[in-house]
Design a binder for this molecule. Sequence first.
Ligand SMILES: [Fe+2]
Length: 403
Amino acid sequence: MSIEQALALTSQERTAELDLEQLRRLVGLVEYDTGADPFPVTGWDAVVWSVGNATQAALLYQAVFGMELVAYSGPETGNRDRHAYVLRSGAVRFVVKGGVAPDSPLLDHHRRHGDGIVDIALEVPDVDRCIAHARAGGATVLEDPHDISDAYGTVRIAAIATYGDTRHTLVDRSGYSGPYLPGYVTRTSSAGTPTGAPKRIFQALDHVVGNVELGQMDTWVDFYNRIMGFTNMAEFVGEDIATEYSALMSKVVASGNHRVKFPLNEPAPGKKRSQIDEYLEFYRGPGAQHLALATDDILQTVDILRARGIQFLDAPDSYYSDPQLRARIGEVRVPIEELRSRGILVDRDEDGYLLQIFTKPIGDRPTVFFEFIERHGSLGFGKGNFQALFEAIEREQAQRGNL
Ligand SMILES: [Fe+2]
């Protein structure tokens, strides 16, 4: 496979009319030589959620997050076990599933984990090659490669297990033109875009963070290196990132073209329970902690989401007045006051800077949340903000009585 193929647009990106230059800017897409890649990945296919009420969650993602409903599967389409709604914003595809039949396995998952991510599906050009490599490396193959077809064509699909009860479905959809997968029908939004609102408020998925148990971070870094051919990115968070009470360690692995980036966190010993421990307790094990959604106008994104009721973590006021931090940030595209009034954080490295903000947990458990990120050259993840973020998260934890 050539470099051109490695930088091919995914079907979602084509539908969203994104181009490679936009993706370089939004998510730090890079060129690479796929010749030596044992597990070539084109990009994200979908983030699949199991939730307590998919019908309402689908409305939330439309009305608040501005996503577009594009496909559906459920009892009316012959799928008696569940409701599944497919939503998109730019290149981002969410599939939100909830159980209908009381004995649906989805409900077992939900009882254990609460609302969460069951599948981080990836688009690959050669499902069989990936599975052969994964199997040879000792990965757990949950679904062998097989074809599924309908009037729109055929997809080739397989799945491997990753941390916790999370899986990576691998999809080759080059022979398929339907709205999502066979079994789904086209369905359009009943929630219209409010007057004056932009078409979409985020464009692409930047990274998905996994929380794993103490001592397991390197195991999973090794899994992504060895099984999936991912490489380590420079960002490394060691035990130096700690507040008085809690700490984490983090490493980042990425697919060859850097579309798919997985920071992996494990708790580090602190005086009290860390946010990673809190997640592991309430999610009942390892799982996806946050999704970072890339936007080209984070100020507008935050203003819209706040107006629609989304709550963000507060940044400590000292964050913006601290002279050292101001010196580190340097010049950014808007006055610091614009960031301060919205609680947007800034981080800078040798390649540029990024603006980022984190929501509070979106479900009932203190587990999964979102990040919004606007990159300006930086390929980092906001390491410089961990301290400020930690302090903010710990204030929230203390309010919940979990610190
Ligand atoms: Fe992040």
